[in-house]
Design a protein around this ligand. Structure first.
Ligand code: SF4
Ligand code: SF4
Length: 322
């Protein structure tokens, strides 16, 4: 019996399938974004991905005032509030009342309301990914499963990977690695490569910046590099947050690379990419009505990024700007 056939109806939460991505591993790729994450990085540019349930985004500038959402909302979460000295009326969502049923998004034709996240089967994902097979073959691309944190939906991830491998599709996993090693072991036969986030070197800084310390994350990376899988490291560069960690990160990665080489896996850390902080997530924080912890932070300059890349290269690592 084909194992994928047995598990293709496994369900999981995703919030996007993005075709023709050139920033998520080698070649042209389809990036599948799993919803839900077990870290809370202060600079997260996908805040809509964090929770394991749907999110409701509201873009008031697109609202045409048709009133449909007021009519359909079962909890009365759409309300008019008055602001300023003149009591200017404004349409807002009472987030405490909203149950994320997303009924209002179905009646909003202006695009002012958008639901993020839906439950789908592994088969749905695999069929979507398969539609671009010719592009993968031409570009040495494939599928990248990302998030959120894709490793925290292990059964769904396994089923999607099994379906992709059955169709001969190259598979990459984009993870922050904060899961038990067992989760990696289970998918190793189905994963061609890993994109692995390293956000800080010291456990204290990692906990302050992401909500979790990094002992398990680093141990998992050491094991992964000795497994023979291709590994690309991704280091976000966020001025004022983790830029003070770069020297520690460079030393840590050099040590892991040496250790893998001694175990017979020279160049296990194939590439280290530095990801400059960007402001594309700002409008999402507004649409979700949550505070942006990086408000006022500006993207790093080319000089800062080049210096970071040079530092990593000086430790014998193959580094570049993403
Ligand atoms: S998602 Fe549901 S509960 Fe929330 S505002 Fe829309 S209709 Fe109301
Ligand atoms: S349904 Fe959409 S366009 Fe109509 S009032 Fe609600 S948010 Fe505005």
């Amino acid at each position: 019996m084909n194992p994928y056939n047995e598990i293709k109806h496994t369900k999981g939460f995703i919030f996007n399938i993005q075709r023709f991505s050139i920033h998520d591993g080698p070649g042209a790729r389809t990036a599948v974004f799993f919803k839900g994450c077990n870290l809370r990085c202060v600079w997260c540019h996908n805040p809509e991905s964090i929770e394991f349930k749907p999110a409701l985004e509201f873009y008031p500038q697109k609202c045409i005032g048709c009133g449909q959402c007021f009519t359909v909302c079962p909890t009365g979460a759409h309300i008019i509030m008055r602001f300023g000295e003149n009591g200017e009326p404004r349409h807002v969502i009472d987030r405490k009342k909203c149950t994320r049923c997303l009924k209002c998004t179905e009646t909003c034709y202006s695009g002012a309301l958008a639901g993020v996240g839906r439950e789908v089967t592994a088969e749905y994902v695999v069929e979507s990914v398969k539609s671009d097979l010719p592009y993968y073959e031409r570009s040495d691309g494939g599928v990248t499963i990302t998030g959120g944190e894709c490793m925290v939906q292990p059964d769904f991830l396994y089923a999607v990977l099994a379906g992709c491998k059955e169709s001969g599709i190259h598979t990459a996993i984009d993870t922050a690695g904060n899961v038990p090693w067992d989760y990696f072991e289970r998918i190793l036969p189905l994963a061609d490569m890993f994109l692995y986030d390293i956000k800080a070197a010291s456990p204290e800084a990692h906990e302050r910046l992401t909500g979790a310390e990094n002992t398990r994350i680093i141990e998992n990376l050491r094991r992964l590099c000795k497994s023979g899988r291709r590994v690309w490291i991704r280091v976000p560069y966020v001025p004022g947050f983790n830029d003070g960690e770069l020297t520690g990160i460079a030393d840590l990665l050099a040590d892991i690379s040496d250790e893998a080489a001694r175990a017979g896996h020279k160049n296990a850390l194939e590439l280290v990419e530095v990801l400059p902080y960007h402001k594309l997530g700002v409008s999402k924080y507004e649409a979700l009505d949550i505070n942006d912890p990086t408000e006022g932070v500006e993207p790093p300059s080319d000089t800062e990024i080049n210096r970071a890349v040079e530092l990593l290269c000086s430790k014998g690592l193959n580094a570049r700007k993403s």
